[in-house]
Design a protein around this ligand. Structure first.
Ligand code: ADP
Ligand code: MG
Ligand code: MG
Length: 211
């Protein structure tokens, strides 16, 4: 299997940015009834800036690519999602250190650390109707598939399916964190925008691994 190197994560960034651009109207639409209708705009701004930053000065290591994307999201996205996704990617990148290429298992451990960083920063737990409801099942599925001896591409495909299911499962949840929580009961019946964008990002990772 192809190792996870800087080129792999640059291809992921291309694919993720394309997905965010394509789905930005839908992400903003999901953020209308239970938020402030800017999630697609926020994600689009952040990922376009990250792509530019990485193109201008491509980091030589996979960790460096993730740290640069994370830093750029934090500095360009005003909404809650910027610091949260920024923390995820920066933390994951730092976990990868200076290595030129890492295994899928190392990537999984780094993503787990990044998602833990999101939980610490945002204080959300599973069931709170946030991006964590897609991210945690994705990391769990990735772990399960790799532990069962699956290859990286299949394991990432399982993670993407779990993230999609996790995003869909936010519909009946009542939001307990972020803007949507201000709505209380009225947040029920809508899919969380951040969980939806998380599923897009994990799907882009699976697509990148499939090649
Ligand atoms: P804002 O709410 O500031 O406008 P966005 O619309 O870009 O920011 O992002 C909203 C998304 O951020 C939500 O759908 C949710 O998934 C996520 N989110 C908000 N607060 C938290 C939190 N405390 N922990 C985890 N995720 C959160
Ligand atoms: Mg918003
Ligand atoms: Mg906002």
């Amino acid at each position: 299997e192809a190792p996870v190197d800087a080129a792999f994560l640059r291809r992921w960034l291309e694919s993720a940015t394309a997905a965010v651009e394509r789905e930005a109207p839908r992400l903003t639409e999901l953020d209308s009834p239970i938020g402030d209708a800017d999630h697609g705009t926020n994600m689009r701004r952040g990922f376009l800036a990250a792509r530019t930053a990485v193109e201008q000065e491509p980091p030589p290591t996979p960790g460096g690519v993730l740290v640069l994307i994370g830093r750029t999201l934090i500095s360009t996205v005003g909404g809650a999602s910027g610091p949260l996704y920024g923390t995820l990617l920066r933390r994951a990148g730092k976990e990868l250190g200076e290595e030129q290429a890492v295994s899928a298992a190392r990537l999984r451990d780094a993503l787990r650390a990044g998602v833990d960083g999101v939980a610490t920063l945002g204080g959300a737990v599973p069931g709170d109707k946030t991006m964590l409801d897609a991210l945690l099942p994705a990391v769990d599925a990735l772990t399960g598939a790799l532990d069962a001896g699956g290859g990286a591409a299949d394991a990432l495909a399982a993670a993407a399916a779990a993230a999609d299911e996790g995003a869909a499962a936010t519909v009946p949840m009542r939001a307990r964190k972020g803007r949507a929580s201000y709505l209380g009961e009225r947040s029920i019946g809508h899919q969380d925008p951040g969980a939806t964008s998380s599923a897009l990002l994990v799907t882009a990772l699976a697509d990148t691994a499939r090649g």
